[in-house]
Design a protein around this ligand. Structure first.
Ligand code: ADE
Ligand code: ZN
Length: 329
């Protein structure tokens, strides 16, 4: 039995397994230009974030209908349950779909249908985080936010993702003000490939409550002190960092130094279909490659609930489940 955990950094489009991509391609009459799921899986080898994003966006063409989004989300939830996930806060990239003519109502409708059934079907509570593509214009982000307005009761937070370098958080200051005024929570990818300055901007200009990735914060001692002092959660994704060349070797990953610095660090999967593992696999990989002990693994699981957008009594209930979990070693 895996330790109970929350997953806070998961792009639903990044859970598209090759087999489901082929099923959806056939259903929607899309030509994938790969002969088989195995051949597609072989293409899942990346030099950096940019080379991953090219395939990630290209494969989204198979996602067309509300049913496709419901099927994608349901497949993730079934996997997540097996990995001990009790709460999931899920990113989606509406602009990547509306740009292809898929209405945002179909996207949110399909994802929500699966999420609404998750507590009863899988014992998983959920949140939905609308991400803006930072390499698209502010005008496009604003139009997306307005299109999403009728669905804001289903959305818990906004986020910022896609190609980081050259697209600093401050570009989206206005969007974060709009979201705050609408009562939404806020997160942003920062310090994955981008410099520590982007993490400062996400904190000081966007006033985000969590940083997604943030591993490059470790290059700036003052920033580490700030993150530790304010207990700003960082949603770290070790297998993603390995597959996208953010670290050369998992054994060199800064996670143990982040824990030692007193950061509120969590472990997550990012785009598990592409990076070789779901969240439980990420826990196993860091335990084995970085030699984390039972206490450290329990801390990571506890942190995942502390960092979640949940009310305090619910967090404490989940943390009690973590504390009661018999570790395997
Ligand atoms: N979109 C999906 N995965 C991402 C990542 N790791 N970084 C930025 N944008 C993403
Ligand atoms: Zn991400």
């Amino acid at each position: 039995m895996p330790i109970p955990k929350a997953e806070l950094h998961l792009h639903i489009e990044g859970t598209l397994e090759p087999e489901l991509a082929f099923t959806l391609a056939e259903r929607n009459g899309v030509d994938l230009s790969y002969a088989s799921p195995d051949e597609l899986r072989e293409a899942y080898s990346f030099a950096d974030l940019g080379s991953f994003l090219r395939l990630y966006y290209a494969l989204m063409q198979v996602l067309r209908t509300e049913q496709d989004f419901a099927d994608l989300t349901e497949a993730y939830l079934a996997r997540a349950r097996e990995q001990g996930v009790r709460h999931a806060e899920i990113f989606f990239d509406p602009q990547a779909h509306t740009a292809r003519g898929v209405p945002i109502d179909e996207v949110i409708g399909g994802i929500s249908r699966a999420l609404d059934a998750a507590p009863e079907r899988h014992g998983i509570s959920t949140g939905l985080i609308l991400c803006f593509l930072r390499d698209e214009s502010v005008e496009s982000a604003r139009a997306t936010f307005e299109a999403a307005r009728p669905h804001l009761d289903r959305i818990s937070a906004i986020g910022l993702d896609s190609a980081e370098v050259g697209h600093p958080p401050s570009k989206f200051a206005e969007l974060y003000e709009l979201a705050e005024a609408a009562g939404l929570r806020t997160v942003a990818h920062a310090g994955e490939e981008g410099p520590p300055e982007y993490v400062w901007e996400a904190l000081d200009v966007l006033r985000v409550e969590r940083i997604d990735h943030g591993v490059r914060s470790m290059e700036d001692a003052q920033l580490v002190a700030r993150l530790a002092e304010q207990q700003i959660p960082l949603t770290v994704c070790p297998l993603s960092n390995l597959r996208l060349g953010v670290v050369d070797d998992l054994a060199d990953h800064p996670l143990p130094r982040m824990l030692a610095a007193g950061l509120l660090v969590t472990v997550n999967s990012d785009d598990p279909a592409y990076f070789g593992g779901y969240v439980g696999d990420n826990y196993t990989a860091v335990r084995e490659s970085l030699g984390l002990d039972d206490d450290q693994v329990r801390t990571l699981a506890r942190n995942s609930f502390r960092a979640a957008f949940l009310d305090e009594p619910t967090k404490l209930r989940y943390i009690a489940e973590v504390d009661a979990h018999p570790m395997r070693s």
